[in-house]
Design a protein around this ligand. Structure first.
Ligand SMILES: [Zn+2]
Length: 337
C-alpha cells in the first residue's frame, strides 16, 4: 500500500550512495568509544540497551536513549520517547529508532496502564525517532505529524538512509522496516484533546528539520521538545535552518515550562537555561562563521581562529562541533551570495 520509493536514481548510483553512507556511519561509530558521554547515561554500546520508563509527572513517562551513535549493538536506541496516559488511551511522543525498541516501549507502557496507545505524535522524521512507527501502527495507533515531512518521505534521501540503515543497523532494521506516513498531517498550532487532556502541538520548523513539532502539556507544564532543545550538550546542527531555529527557541521560551523532555539526553528542570544554551550556541556559530564567510576566509583557518572556550567543555563537542561549524559556514556562504 505504501509506495513511497519510486526512486528516479539508477540502482547503481543508489547502492554507491548507500555504501558511502554505510562507510561514513561505520567510521562515526568507530569513534564513539573514545568520545565523551553525551549525558549522564553511560556508553552501553557493547551491551543490548534497556528501555526503561521513568516517570516525569503524574500522567507522563519517558524513556531515555543512549548518548551514542546508532549501531547494531544498541538497536538504534539513541533517542528518547515519551508517553502520556489519559483516561481514553495513551499518547506516545516519538517512536524510537527501530521496531524492536517500539515493542519494548509498548511493554513498558503496559506495566503502567492496560489502556491502548491511541496516538503517536512525531516530533520530526529523523530515523532514530521514527523507525519504530510501524509497531504502533500495527496496533492501531493514529500517527500525527507536521505536513512538511511529506516531502522528505517521498525523497531519495529517505530511501537512501533506510537502505544504509538496513546495513548498519541490521538485523533491527531490515527489509520489513518501512517509513510510515502520518494519518493526520497538521499545518499549524493544533489543540489535541484526548480523554480530556489537552496537548498543544506547536510547529517550530524549519529548524532542526522542516517538520519540527513540539508538544506542550499545559496541565503538567511539560514541553516535549524533540531535537530543538538539547540539555547541557552540543546539538547536531546538520542541514538545519539555524536562523529559524533561534527564532523558534524564542517562541518556546514563552511557554510556561517546568520540565523539558528533550529528544536526546536526560530530563531538564532548567528549561530556560537549556533553551538559552542551545540558542546561544547557534548564535555563536552563525556570528563566527558568517564573519569568516564574508571575509572569504578558508574554513579551516576560521575554525582554528575561533575561541570555542565557552562550549568546548560540553558533551559531544569533539564529535559534533567541527561539523556544525562547517555546515554553518556553508549556510552563511550561501546566505552571503
Ligand atoms: Zn534525534
Amino acid at each position: 500500500m505504501l509506495l513511497f520509493f519510486q526512486s528516479p536514481l539508477p540502482a547503481g548510483v543508489r547502492y554507491a550512495l548507500v555504501f558511502i553512507l554505510a562507510i561514513a556511519s561505520a567510521f562515526a561509530s568507530a569513534q564513539t568509544p573514545n568520545s565523551p558521554a553525551a549525558d549522564d547515561s553511560d556508553d552501553f554500546s557493547l551491551t543490548p540497551p534497556r528501555v526503561v520508563a521513568r516517570r516525569v509527572a503524574d500522567s507522563s513517562w519517558y524513556v531515555q536513549g543512549l548518548g551514542a551513535l546508532g549501531s547494531s549493538a544498541n538497536q538504534n536506541f539513541i533517542s528518547n520517547a515519551a508517553f502520556v496516559v489519559t483516561p481514553a488511551g495513551v499518547v506516545v511522543i516519538d517512536a524510537l529508532g527501530s521496531p524492536v525498541l517500539a515493542d519494548q516501549l509498548m511493554a513498558e507502557i503496559s506495566k503502567v496502564t492496560p489502556l491502548a496507545v491511541t496516538h503517536v505524535i512525531v516530533t520530526h522524521y529523523h530515523a532514530d525517532h521514527i523507525y519504530g512507527l510501524q509497531s504502533f501502527k500495527a496496533k492501531g495507533a493514529r500517527i500525527i505529524a507536521h505536513r512538511a515531512a511529506k516531502e522528505y518521505l517521498h525523497s531519495d534521501t529517505a530511501l537512501i538512509r533506510l537502505e544504509a540503515s538496513r546495513q548498519t543497523l541490521a538485523p533491527w532494521i531490515d527489509n520489513s522496516t518501512r517509513l510510515i506516513p502520518a494519518d493526520d498531517w497538521i499545518d499549524g498550532p493544533t489543540d489535541l484533546i484526548i480523554g480530556g487532556v489537552r496537548f498543544l502541538l506547536q510547529p517550530v520548523g524549519p529548524s532542526h528539520t522542516p517538520e519540527d513539532l513540539v508538544v506542550y502539556l499545559p496541565k503538567e507544564k511539560i514541553l516535549f521538545a524533540g531535537d530543538l532543545v538539547f540539555r547541557g550538550r552540543i546539538p547536531y546542527v546538520g542541514q538545519a535552518d539555524s536562523g529559524h531555529w533561534i527564532k523558534s527557541l524564542q517562541t518556546l521560551l514563552d511557554f510556561e515550562t517546568a520540565t523539558i523532555v528533550p529528544g536526546h539526553g536526560p530530563l531538564s528542570a532548567q528549561a530556560r537555561h537549556d533553551m538559552e544554551l542551545t540558542r546561544d550556541y547557534l548564535v555563536f556559530l552563525r556570528e563566527t562563521m558568517s564573519q569568516a564567510a564574508k571575509n572569504m576566509e578558508p574554513f579551516d583557518d576560521a575554525y582554528r581562529a575561533t575561541n570555542w572556550a565557552r562550549f568546548e567543555g560540553l558533551p559531544l563537542f569533539r564529535i559534533a562541533n567541527r561539523m556544525n561549524a562547517y555546515n554553518t559556514y556553508l549556510l552563511m556562504e550561501r546566505d552571503a551570495q
